[in-house]
Design a protein around this ligand. Structure first.
Ligand SMILES: NC(=O)c1ccc[n+]([C@@H]2O[C@H](COP(=O)([O-])OP(=O)(O)OC[C@H]3O[C@@H](n4cnc5c(N)ncnc54)[C@H](O)[C@@H]3O)[C@@H](O)[C@H]2O)c1
Ligand SMILES: [Zn+2]
Length: 401
């Protein structure tokens, strides 16, 4: 059965090594005269801020910097960035960093524009309209936030990740310059890289869009997998298979960085339309309590969730083995699907992703609590190829302990 589907992206996507040098022109031609850059001390120390700020200043754009970003940012970080934006009143807000800084920039833009408090915006479709233009310049190859409709913060008191999803949060301009990822440390490269793989796999195996009958243009956080998201996800998986281990082990290898930067952006395009599912749902409480990175937690969980999902998406899982570079010529479909899972388990070892939950200090009595919190995120349960029961989620976590 054919179905109607639609696709959202960033307004303009500029990709290529050295592309950051064009920021002055790209911002100037939008008639934006002042820009607040949201970043963090590690990126300033690595010299990345200068590569973005200089072309803006040369183009005569007034620049202010909020440097209070942090990994997996707490709600308070966004509150401070919003205060800073109110003091400066920029024409545009630019997120420079990994997903953490880009997300703070996106959320800051929403609250700076429309007022109120952060919690007014939680969940889906609570941004009331157009926001102050958002520009994203990623420095990790991972989250795809530069094209996505998502912003994620950590509620430290509630020990939970909270997300804000709205198509108004898609940047009007994404400049993906792989050179900016050259200084990304190996652990952050590994974690964010396997996050990109998780986005691609969850988008690829998401329930098909025909299972979500929506009117064209009707709003939904996710639309299920469709031909375009499949294209992007397949290419992203292939690129991760070719480049992630090299990007971690040989940080200066620009070809590997370029491959991973493209993989991450393509995976962002795929997941922010098709959806992410049970891996992400389980990571939200896990990250909140165990304080692992988003990518590290996702990477840990990915093969265990793939095994649970196998009965519902064997063919696509078998394709994943081929896309990751496995020789499937003599394998039948169940064997190829097994190869996909074992290849990702090996990838985790090769790049230093924790293999099991106990490696993060988790113990068995925490698992039902994690499962309950994940189960409550209905949008992520429904998009999963196999809609899980609460007991199924506990089972997945026990298999990963
Ligand atoms: N909005 C979305 O669509 C989306 C999707 C997935 C994840 N996320 C969120 O993104 C966050 C994780 O982002 P991430 O994995 O990109 O990591 P990150 O942004 O947390 O960065 C990790 C660390 O690496 C440093 N770093 C990043 N790039 C560097 C560079 N080029 N040179 C030197 N240091 C560098 C940062 O300063 C930081 O300390 C989480 O909060 C997660 O929930 C958002
Ligand atoms: Zn993710």
């Amino acid at each position: 059965m054919s179905s109607t589907w639609s696709f959202y992206s960033a307004g303009q996507l500029v990709f290529g090594s050295g592309a950051a040098a064009q920021l002055g022109r790209l911002v100037g031609e939008r008639n934006l005269k002042s820009v607040l850059i949201v970043t963090d001390p590690a990126l300033i120390a690595a010299g990345v801020l200068d590569r973005v700020r200089s072309p803006l200043i040369k183009a005569g754009i007034e620049v202010d910097v909020f440097d209070g970003g942090e990994p997996e940012p707490a709600l308070e970080v966004a509150d401070r960035a919003i205060e800073h934006a109110r003091g400066f009143s920029p024409d545009a807000i630019l997120g420079l960093g990994g997903g953490s800084n880009m997300d703070v920039a996106k959320i800051t833009s929403a609250v700076f524009t429309h007022g109120g408090k952060l919690s007014d915006y939680f969940s889906y479709d609570n941004v009331p309209g157009e926001v102050t233009p958002i520009i994203c310049v990623p420095t990790t190859a991972g989250t795809g936030s530069e094209v996505s409709h998502a912003g994620v913060l950590t509620d430290t008191a509630g020990e939970m990740k909270v997300s804000i999803l709205s198509n108004y949060l898609r940047p009007c301009l994404a400049v993906v310059d792989p050179v900016l990822t050259l200084t990304c440390p190996p652990q952050a490269t590994a974690d964010s890289g396997i996050d990109a793989l998780t986005h691609a796999v969850e988008a690829y195996t998401a329930r098909p869009s025909e299972d979500f009958p929506l009117e064209p243009g009707q709003s939904s956080p996710y639309y299920g997998s469709q031909p375009l998201t499949d294209c992007f996800a397949e290419k992203a998986i292939q690129l991760v298979g070719q480049h992630l281990v090299t990007a971690v082990r040989e940080p200066d290898d620009l070809a590997a960085r370029e491959g991973m930067a493209l993989a991450a952006t393509l995976a962002g395009l795929a997941f922010s339309n098709a959806g992410v599912a049970v891996v992400h749902a389980l990571e939200y409480p896990l990250g909140g309590v165990l304080h692992c990175s988003h990518g590290g937690g996702n990477g840990l969980l990915l093969p265990f969730v793939m095994r649970y999902n196998l009965p519902a998406c064997q063919q696509k899982t078998a394709n994943i083995a081929r896309l990751l570079g496995g020789d499937v010529s003599s394998l039948d479909e169940p064997q190829a699907a097994e190869l996909a899972i074992s290849t990702i388990e090996q990838l985790k070892r090769d790049i230093g992703i924790p293999l099991r939950l106990r490696d993060l200090g988790a113990h068995g009595d925490q698992l039902p609590g994690f499962a309950e919190k994940a189960f409550a995120i209905k949008r992520l349960m429904q998009i999963n190829p196999r809609e899980p029961t609460l007991d199924d989620l506990v089972g997945i976590l026990r298999s990963a302990l």
